[in-house]
Design a protein around this ligand. Structure first.
Ligand code: HEC
Ligand code: HEC
Ligand code: HEC
Ligand code: HEC
Length: 137
């Protein structure tokens, strides 16, 4: 009877992790840096982290945006006909960008258990912008 009970408890413990998903993740990038699973998924391992969860450690978002502000650059375009050069600041900071400001969900680009990808690359050449490819993290 005692044995059956401990087996049942073991099964329940597995089921509790399973509420996040059927499958176990291959790896956790943060775990390697000492951040436990529960910091993102909650003590019950139920929650999928939201932007607010990420920002409890990496926020406020203005502070995060300041870290990648150096990625913005001055774009110079010469008009061949007029000979005039037009300059403007290209706002490519992924955390405070031209289109979206600071509003994007982290999951648009960052993943935890699979390769991340910069969503701006769908339409732009982010390599030319000298932004680190996220898949290499
Ligand atoms: C409990 C605090 C905590 C939470 C919650 C958290 N992180 Fe982190 N994060 C860290 C720590 C600590 C590091 C390692 C920092 C370092 O190596 O300098 C890190 C590193 C990172 C890095 C890599 C930084 C680099 O230099 O390459 C990214 C990207 C990141 N976190 C994104 C996220 C996202 C997205 C979420 C939400 C899903 C999140 N973090 C939730 C603490 C946290
Ligand atoms: C549009 C894509 C995109 C979104 C959305 C995004 N990030 Fe990032 N993030 C990046 C890229 C690209 C880098 C690497 C920039 C570089 O250094 O070249 C990065 C870098 C980081 C870093 C390391 C910063 C450093 O240099 O120390 C952290 C931490 C991070 N992101 C957290 C977050 C969090 C938290 C969110 C949600 C609030 C978020 N990111 C949303 C694309 C994104
Ligand atoms: C930094 C936050 C963070 C940490 C730490 C973390 N995860 Fe996750 N987890 C996520 C995010 C974000 C997702 C959504 C998919 C993705 O980005 O890979 C996820 C998805 C999952 C899923 C799949 C959920 C679904 O419904 O598809 C499981 C299971 C899971 N995590 C378990 C774990 C375990 C076990 C650990 C510890 C080894 C852990 N996670 C550590 C953020 C985190
Ligand atoms: C669905 C396609 C699409 C995505 C995704 C996208 N862009 Fe754009 N972007 C465009 C188009 C089209 C233009 C030109 C029209 C305009 O200015 O709105 C543009 C213009 C820009 C410009 C102005 C050009 C300049 O030289 O100043 C910047 C900066 C920019 N995008 C940054 C970003 C960043 C950063 C991301 C990711 C957070 C991103 N874009 C994601 C389609 C996209």
């Amino acid at each position: 009877m005692k044995k059956t009970m401990s087996m049942l408890l073991a099964a329940l413990a597995l089921a509790a992790v399973g509420t996040v998903s059927a499958a176990q993740p291959d790896s956790s990038r943060h775990m390697a840096k000492g951040v436990p699973c529960t910091a993102c998924h909650g003590d019950a391992m139920k929650a999928v982290p939201t932007r607010d969860t990420c920002l409890t450690c990496h926020g406020p978002v203005e502070k995060l945006a300041a870290k990648t502000e150096h990625l913005n650059f001055t774009s110079r375009m010469k008009n061949a006909k007029t000979g005039q050069t037009v300059e403007h600041k290209a706002l490519v900071n992924p955390h405070d960008s031209y289109h979206f400001g600071t509003s994007l969900a982290c999951s648009e680009c960052h993943s935890e258990h699979k390769a991340s990808r910069n969503d701006c690359s769908t339409c732009h050449d982010t390599k030319a912008w000298k932004i680190r490819p996220l898949g290499a993290e």
